[in-house]
Design a protein around this ligand. Structure first.
Ligand code: IPE
Ligand code: IPE
Ligand code: MG
Length: 232
């Protein structure tokens, strides 16, 4: 077991399409398996005492994928909530969906709301699922809200003013960012919050990611020297 467990882990769950392609299957088969991988990672994080887990499930850009794939993902979100909320509750997980939720169907929005409310008093792992999420969209939304707030002093905006209006207000910044499937990019994820996160990229495709891979990432994190710009 690694010595130090990061308080907040963020994950870009990538490689579902490639996982499926390797097996001669359509991307949706990878997404289905990806939902199982998420379940395992959530459970592992709860077990080892991670406080916050933030996962990238659907980006503002992902709407541009083929209609059948987008439709499948929407159905998968719905089914996963129907199937997993009870188990999350038993594991004391608190759930938040963050992003521009208003673009989802009324039915899906209602289910997200119901799931979040059901788990809102839990005190274990905080699970943030980023959906219709874009880092730039989030900053735009934060500024919009900030500029509309009644006590704003426009000439005196601080970093915490912005942080406090992000979807992630009140949640500490991620310590560790994991990206699966070997891409060395951020893809519009948590642009503000990742300022000093340690980045870990693994070639493992998301559907193959589980507790052993999570522990490997945390072991690597334990070897990092975080400097935050200081001389150490
Ligand atoms: C990530 O897997 C899941 C979503 C973006 C919803 P991909 O579907 O992007 O997988 P690759 O990158 O095509 O392998
Ligand atoms: C980022 O992965 C979005 C999610 C994991 C939900 P993408 O596969 O969409 O990103 P790119 O296209 O590789 O940058
Ligand atoms: Mg991808």
């Amino acid at each position: 077991m690694p010595k130090q467990i990061p308080a907040h882990i963020a994950v870009i769950m990538d490689g579902n399409g490639r996982w499926a392609k390797k097996r001669g299957l359509p991307p949706i088969a990878g997404h289905k398996k990806g939902a199982d991988a998420l379940k395992e990672t959530v459970k592992a994080c709860a077990e080892i005492g991670v406080k916050h887990l933030t996962v990238y499930a659907f980006s503002t850009e992902n709407w541009g994928r083929p209609k059948e794939e987008v439709g499948f993902l929407m159905d998968l979100f719905m089914q996963t909530m129907e199937k997993e909320v009870e188990e999350l509750n038993r594991n004391n997980v608190r759930l938040r969906f963050l992003g521009r939720l208003g673009q989802f169907s009324e039915k899906l929005q209602a289910k997200m709301k119901e799931s979040m409310e059901k788990l809102q008093n839990n005190t274990g792992l905080n699970l943030n699922v980023m959906v219709n999420y874009g880092g730039r969209a989030e900053i735009v939304d934060a500024l919009q809200e900030l500029l509309n707030s009644p006590h704003l002093n426009v000439g005196n905006i601080s970093e915490s003013d912005i942080s406090n209006h992000l979807y992630t207000a009140g949640i500490p910044d991620p310590d560790l960012l994991i990206r699966t499937a070997n891409e060395m990019r951020i893809s519009n994820f948590l642009l503000w919050q990742l300022a000093y996160a340690e980045i870990y990229v693994t070639p493992v495709f998301w559907p193959d990611f589980g507790k052993p891979q999570l522990l490997e990432a945390i072991t690597d994190f334990n070897k990092r020297e975080r400097r935050f710009g200081l001389r150490k």
